[in-house]
Design a protein around this ligand. Structure first.
Ligand SMILES: CC(C)(COP(=O)(O)OP(=O)(O)OC[C@H]1O[C@@H](n2cnc3c(N)ncnc32)[C@H](O)[C@@H]1OP(=O)(O)O)[C@@H](O)C(=O)NCCC(=O)NCCS
Length: 231
């Protein structure tokens, strides 16, 4: 159970203070303050914990993708790769001890100011609570995204939920979203794949990242935990 939850604004303010003050406490605390692991309570009282994945999460990510019934299911190996090599830009949400949602992403090797969201999935029973939105805020608040000025993703025309999610993100961050050509059907084997449209959200000024940080969750519990373990 969560105790002593501060308001998000208060948590963000304290996080910013800790991040700025390099003379107090171990650097590890300051860095973690910037990004979370974070707690978040949805309006209906459900509580979630956001963190980076570990290799032990690879199978859960695969199961969440499989059970989404919308995402293209990649090999189990690829989710291990994500959890192992791209943990800095992937986020897992847990309820209780169970992973119930994730976002996988990477900073584009060709454009280090762009984070590309590969997949995002929320377990069916957790949907409609703002969890996917929160995962994206978490992602943008990570140190690995410090230099990021745009977020991109591809969506198929039939995936209304995905499109609504990214539109909502752009609106919440108060930045523009544009759509361009992503991957044409003929690029896929058999040509039976839907068109993938490229969504571009940005430019993301520091204020947008600040908004993401404020919305990313409540750091208080983790701070207490870290202070206990490092003192
Ligand atoms: C898409 C998905 C991740 C959304 O998760 P979620 O936690 O329910 O989304 P949120 O509650 O954060 O909603 C974010 C926005 O999307 C909208 N939205 C979510 N599901 C929607 C749906 N089925 N139809 C229309 N809009 C939807 C919400 O209304 C909200 O918009 P708002 O801020 O304007 O109200 C989830 O439905 C899912 O896992 N789908 C299967 C996998 C998938 O398609 N992933 C995306 C492609 S990578």
């Amino acid at each position: 159970m969560m105790r002593n939850i501060k308001s998000r604004d208060e948590a963000a303010r304290r996080g910013a203070e800790k991040t700025k003050d390099k003379t107090k406490g171990p650097r590890k605390i300051a860095r973690r303050y910037e990004v979370g692991p974070c707690y978040w309570r949805a309006e209906d009282g459900r509580e979630y914990f956001f963190r980076a994945p570990t290799l032990a999460d690879g199978a859960s990510l695969w199961l969440l993708a499989r059970d989404s019934r919308t995402l293209e299911l990649n090999s189990a190996y690829s989710y291990l790769l994500l959890a192992g090599h791209f943990a800095d830009t992937c986020v897992v949400a847990e309820r209780g001890a169970n992973p119930v949602a994730f976002v996988s992403a990477f900073v584009s090797p060709a454009a280090s100011d762009t984070v590309f969201v590969w997949q995002i999935a929320v377990a069916e029973e957790e949907r409609g609570r703002g969890l996917a939105q929160r995962l994206l805020h978490q992602l943008l608040a990570r140190p690995a995204c410090r230099s990021v000025r745009a977020l991109e993703a591809t969506v198929t025309p039939s995936n209304a939920a995905s499109r609504a999610l990214f539109r909502s993100l752009a609106r919440n961050l108060r930045v523009p979203m544009s759509a361009g050509s992503g991957y044409a059907p003929e690029l896929f084997p058999g040509g039976a794949h839907e068109r993938e449209e490229l969504l571009h959200i940005g430019p993301l000024p520091p204020a947008a990242r600040g908004r993401a940080l404020t919305e990313a969750g409540d750091v208080e519990h983790d701070a207490q935990l870290l202070e206990t373990t490092t003192s």
